[in-house]
Design a protein around this ligand. Sequence first.
Ligand code: LIP
Length: 289
Amino acid sequence: MERDTDAPLALPEWLSAEELTRLRDLATAMADDAARLVVTERPRSLGVEATKSSEVDVVTVMDQRSEQLLRERIDAERPDDAILGEEGGASEGTSGLTWVVDPIDGTVNYLYGHPFFAVSVAVCIGDTTREGAWLPVAGAVSAPLLGETYAAAHGQGAHLVTADGRREPLAVSDCERLELALVGTGFGYEAAKREEQGAAVAQLLPKVRDIRRGGSAALDLCFVASGRLDGYYESGINAWDQAAGQVIATEAGAAIGGAPGGEMGKAMAIATAPGIFADLTDCLFPEAR
Ligand code: LIP
């Protein structure tokens, strides 16, 4: 039976609060292990192993090793679940759950030695290969050089674990005015797309406090969840960039959405303090007013 795509995805009865907690904690443990690996085993002369959509869309050997670690752990601990990974693509499952993983989100930062990168691990219901047909229900984002791990489970709030082990509940900012908002965004790997995104930033810049370009969608979404950004938007990101950060921002109280009438996804991903969501969306889609 086709799912009514207008209705929000409902949590299946068999997915209990205890199970969601277990999935969140497993995602956290796996993200932390992979994050530790990409720091401790980073080759002295790290280079570009391959390129994807363009010459600047790079893969390093540590993206591949991190994803291999995550896949082996998921296969061992959750053999009936499906997996969707940035480097290895999709593998089938029978449980109704899909692990959506980005082995290094912010690969260009990682390559250049910038600290703003993370391992992103989410668990989703629905069909993760179709836009708007899936929902993250638990997830973790581990940023080893920031010494921070963000995590959340559906209906259980979001938290940050700091390097000294403190566990802090997360809440978005109370920003109400777009002109006072610090907004994060990002740019794709293809010149034509960057030109379009550059034009969007140019028209937004005079209307906000300032713009931040961190380089990792997963961390940008976690910064919205912790109030370090009042909002984030980007077009062209993939499910693996978005999934864990989406459930963390949602559980921290963010308003989440996409292009007018659409879900958060490749066309547009928006997450903000509730007070500025409508104004930011209006700025990004003036024609939809
Ligand atoms: C990155 C995203 C970022 C975007 C970059 C890139 P990657 O993901 O997290 O938001 O601006 O172009 O897509 O490629 O490092 O996994």
